[in-house]
Design a protein around this ligand. Structure first.
Ligand SMILES: Cc1ncc(COP(=O)(O)O)c(C=O)c1O
Length: 494
């Protein structure tokens, strides 16, 4: 195929060039009807590309023209057997993978550091999750890879799992040994489903870790908006046949219709077409630049007193995990200072670290600004005591007891109790500190004291928690089958 083509961009352009009398959706009539409040700031040209299905522009849910060709070009670039555009982010791709892989009553293995979209997939599917815990990197107080040995042990105990779903690279850029893990999955006749939301770029440079498809995954999902030039929400799903679960793979296209809009945005899809084009032409150069910029900053930050920057094997080295814990700054404090005082926007923070995602579109000035800010902060906080281990959040809790499947719990009648009374109860909802949006408790699990203590740290410190009530605070929580009523009045008042 000719990777210099951008069939969807071409099709939409052709449509616009017909200067149509336009009576379709969307109502803004190409570049005419969007509020001037906005067009005064950004111009009108881009809005003409916000069109819909026409004989020229094809249909995402039944692609036979430009979208079909654009998806085939994408598949060729990633050496996939089939590739799909996703307009609801990797979230919908993860959901489709899980609902395709395991029906109600069947087992599916899920890495416990999975993004909350895996839970949404479990709720939709009704499958019974078997969890596998990630390693913990004590030095940085973050979750690490999923060890192949842990996967082998889990399959030995649950040989009937239909698939393993895991995240690699993680948000922090940590990759699992996917080759070894794929072999184990296939030994058990199970599919390897990889949430590669953070890894769509790793295929384009040999100093980046191996991509999931290269390592033997059967299906993977990539947020092209996170790491390449596609617009927010634009993701892709790839299938590679390994002779396992063929009927599952056939279900994916159908299930993508279940979780995606019937009005997919042509802006998003065209951005995917163009992002693929750039990667095909310049992928290696783009990643070389990102690696160079990250190495430049890592090297300098490591020399700043009180600062550290994570190194390691199987690490996507375009991610910078930075800690200033040695001068008493939590990641939360450092992120706030960087944002408010230096206009340096980090992707996220945790108790110990801040995370920067470096891409080909950053410039050396960005890196210099980050490094200079860190150097100045180091001077300001020099001499402060290091963060005390005993003050930090407790370690990631062990797996809580699963009393019922997430789906059953999610659709069970639940009562609302005060958070203070939640320990020991069966959760009727997920609770996921955000970012990174990894549920600490899934619906249907008993809230152990260790889980409660862990979540309480986030609650106490006013951190954002997904699953909290409308005021954003976890004052109460939905539980199943409780006798506790003593908080009712307090809840009514809220
Ligand atoms: C590991 C992981 N998977 C999936 C998602 C969801 O991706 P999207 O935002 O493209 O829906 C995220 C979002 O941050 C994520 O971090």
């Amino acid at each position: 195929m000719n990777q210099s083509n951008t069939p969807l961009l071409q099709a939409v352009t052709e449509l616009i060039e017909t200067k149509p009398a336009y009576f379709r959706i969307p109502g803004h009539r190409l570049d005419k009807g969007v509020s001037s409040r906005w067009t005064d700031q950004v111009g009108t040209a881009i809005f003409a590309y916000d069109v819909t299905e026409t004989p020229l522009t094809d249909d995402l849910h039944s692609p036979e023209g430009a979208i079909g060709e654009a998806q085939r070009l994408l598949g060729e670039l990633y050496s996939a057997d089939q590739s799909f555009f996703l307009v609801n982010g990797s979230t919908c791709g993860n959901e489709a993978m899980i609902i395709s892989a395991a029906f109600e009553g069947e087992k599916i293995m899920i890495a416990r550091n999975a993004h909350k979209s895996a839970l949404m997939g479990l709720i939709l599917s009704g499958a019974e999750p078997v969890y596998v815990m990630p390693e913990v990197i004590d030095d940085w107080a973050i979750q690490g890879e999923i060890a192949a040995e842990a996967v082998r042990k889990a399959f030995a105990e649950n040989p009937d799992c239909r698939a393993l779903f895991l995240v690699s690279p993680s948000y922090y850029g940590i990759c699992s040994d996917l080759r070894a893990i794929a072999d184990i999955c296939h030994e058990y006749g199970a599919l390897l489903l990889v949430d590669e939301a953070h890894g769509g770029h790793v295929y384009f440079h040999d100093r980046l870790p191996a991509g999931a498809l290269e390592a033997g995954a059967d299906v993977c999902v990539q947020s092209m908006h996170k790491v390449t030039g596609a617009l927010t929400q634009s993701s892709v799903l790839h299938i590679k046949h390994h002779g396992v679960g063929e009927s599952v793979l056939e279900r994916i296209a159908q299930n993508l219709q279940l979780v995606q809009s019937t009005s997919p945005s042509y802006l998003l899809m065209t951005s995917l077409d163009c992002a693929r084009y750039e990667l095909a032409r310049n992928g290696a150069k783009m990643m070389e630049k990102a690696l160079h910029l990250a190495a430049y900053a890592r090297h300098r930050i490591c020399k700043i007193s009180g600062f550290r920057c994570m190194e390691g094997e199987r690490l996507d080295r375009t991610r910078l995990v930075i800690s200033a814990g040695n001068i008493g700054l939590t990641g939360y404090a450092l992120e706030k200072i960087l944002f408010e005082e230096y206009a340096v926007n980090m992707e996220l923070s945790d108790y110990e670290n801040v995370l920067a995602i470096v891409t080909y579109a950053n410039e050396i000035e960005d890196m210099d600004k980050l490094v200079a800010a860190c150097a100045e902060i180091s001077g300001r906080y020099a001499g402060r005591d290091a963060l005390r281990r005993e003050d930090s959040y407790p370690p990631f809790p062990q797996l809580p007891q699963q009393v019922m499947t997430p789906r059953r719990a999610y659709f069970s009648a639940a009562e609302t109790v005060c958070w203070q009374e939640a320990a020991g109860q069966i959760a009727g909802q997920m609770i996921a500190p955000y970012p990174p949006g990894i549920p600490v408790i899934y619906p249907g699990e008993r809230i152990s004291q260790a889980v409660w203590d862990y979540i309480e740290c986030f609650r106490r410190d006013g951190r954002q928690i997904h699953g909290a009530g409308p005021n954003g605070r976890l004052d109460w929580v939905k539980v199943i089958g409780t006798e506790t009523k003593s908080c009712k009045n307090a809840i009514d008042e809220i």
